[in-house]
Design a protein around this ligand. Structure first.
Ligand code: HEM
Length: 437
């Protein structure tokens, strides 16, 4: 394949960063229209960054190179470590990362199983939360379900027993993610830069201290849990695993791990569910078909709707971020060493050569059909692909099945809400504002 040069965005660096954070859909679509599917931009916090939505580049990224090595990719060093603490899933590359992932599989399978067992409880808490909303009064569906998702993640997913401690954990997890986890804090330079945002930083630090303390106490409560049968204690599993890896502080390492699960699973699932609801409410034939299928006891089309919503409105638009170890070729381009490569999932998902009528919401695109990672990547891909994919989709499907079978909701805004940052995810601007009718 002939090698072609990578064009560069010619706007001042701060303008590029601010525009891409404030109006991500507009920025990345305009830059792609102007420069093509691969272009270089200056982007805080990652500096010199090459953004791509070219499926040829992405295919090579996932298949040609490993996670490390002389010609390879590595994740951003220590990117999340300052927030999450030390755990190999967040802080390592190469063999150590692969080994950590392998160990995690049992943990994630158990979380999925426990979540399925807790489905009735999830339905009850949604019923309570939605029934309390007066008819014709607008509310944010995303904010309502976020709390339910976090409760379910801690309760059924991680076996945190009901009671005041769990309520405190839900509140602390929520203020940690909502108060401080802002894209500008999501890098290893946070300490240096955050000084400039001292109020935000202070809120974040205090929320984090509360969460760490409560999680620490919770982990200690699980030290004696048994590990048998179908309802294995997930926190105890994490403790066993971290005891091998960090014998000097398995409790601290488990706390970091649980924070990664909260951070990775909570806002992402909330935003996915909120976007799917909005898209369904705006597409009456799809909504009717989903309802009909739910009445017949099937969720196949609803799951297709969740996957289609992840295509049109991925909560993490820059789903894959890697740094090159050395010069390498991907698709029709040569990439220099030590640059950040960021794959824009949303722009790639709008590629007409992959999807017919790409801006239309068509849940049946994903019924009985799986797409390879270079065509559909809301969960990233390759060796760092999201470990919570099955759980995230299962949660969104269960929540929407419960809501759509019992309640009639109407969107408040005539147009689909634009994308805005919410914590660290791309979410509907008004939080998916709806009302009961
Ligand atoms: C719909 C919901 C979700 C979305 C859209 C999502 C998206 C992502 C993305 C884009 C990545 C980065 C992948 C890459 O770099 O190639 C990721 C990684 C990860 N996610 Fe998720 N996620 C979701 C749900 C969850 C849940 C529910 C959990 C845990 C309970 C979770 C845990 C993780 C972990 C541990 C990683 C790091 C994997 C690694 O580095 O090896 N995610 N996720």
């Amino acid at each position: 394949m002939e090698i072609s040069a990578i064009p560069r965005v010619r706007l001042p660096g701060p303008v590029q960063t601010l525009w891409s954070f404030a109006r991500p859909d507009e920025f990345f679509e305009r830059m792609t229209a102007r420069h093509g599917r691969t272009f270089e931009m200056s982007w805080y916090p990652f500096g010199r960054t090459i953004v791509t939505s070219d499926q040829r580049v992405v295919r090579d990224l996932f298949t040609r190179y490993g996670d490390s090595g002389p010609i390879g990719m590595r994740t951003i060093p220590g990117n999340l470590a300052h927030m999450l603490g030390q755990h190999p899933i967040n802080t390592t590359d190469g063999a150590a990362h692969v080994a950590a992932r392998r160990k995690q599989l049992a943990f994630f399978k158990q979380m999925l199983l426990s979540a399925r067992i807790g489905e009735d409880r999830l339905r009850d808490s949604l019923d309570r939360a939605l029934s309390a909303k007066p008819e014709r009064e607008p509310f944010s569906f995303r904010d309502l379900i976020e709390v339910v998702v976090l409760e379910a993640l801690l309760g059924d997913g991680l076996d945190v027993r009901p009671g005041p401690e769990r309520d405190q954990l839900v509140a602390a997890g929520h203020s940690w993610v909502s108060s401080g986890v802002h894209p500008l804090l999501l890098d290893s330079n946070a300490e240096r830069i955050a000084g400039r945002f001292s109020r935000a930083r202070a809120r974040f630090t205090s929320a984090e201290a509360d969460l760490d303390r409560l999680l620490h106490a919770e982990v200690l409560r699980h030290e004696d849990c048994g590990n048998n049968g179908t309802t294995r204690c997930v926190i105890r599993m994490a403790l066993d695993e971290t005891a091998d890896w960090m014998p000097e502080d398995p409790v601290g390492a488990t706390v970091s791990y649980l924070k990664a699960v909260i951070l990775g699973g909570y806002y992402t699932t909330g935003a996915t569910t909120a976007w799917t609801l909005l898209l369904l409410l705006r597409t009456p034939p799809a909504l009717a078909a989903v309802r009909e299928e739910l009445a017949a006891g099937s969720t196949t089309l609803l799951e297709g709707a969740v996957r289609e919503s992840l295509r049109l409105c991925p909560p993490d638009q820059l789903a894959v971020v890697r740094v090159t170890n050395s010069e390498c070729e991907l698709g029709p381009h040569r990439f220099p060493a030590n640059v950040t490569i960021a794959v824009n999932a949303r722009t790639l998902h709008l590629d007409e050569s992959i999807y017919e009528a790409p801006r239309e919401f068509r849940p049946d695109r994903f019924v009985g059909r799986k797409r390879p990672a270079h065509e559909w990547l809301p969960f990233g891909g390759g060796i760092r692909r999201c470990l919570g994919e099955a759980l995230g989709i299962e949660r969104s499907v269960s929540i929407l099945a419960a809501v759509l079978s019992r309640f009639t909701l109407q969107p408040v805004h005539a147009e689909l809400e634009p994308t805005r940052w919410h914590g660290f995810v791309h979410s509907p601007k008004y939080g998916a504002e709806v009302m009961r009718v």
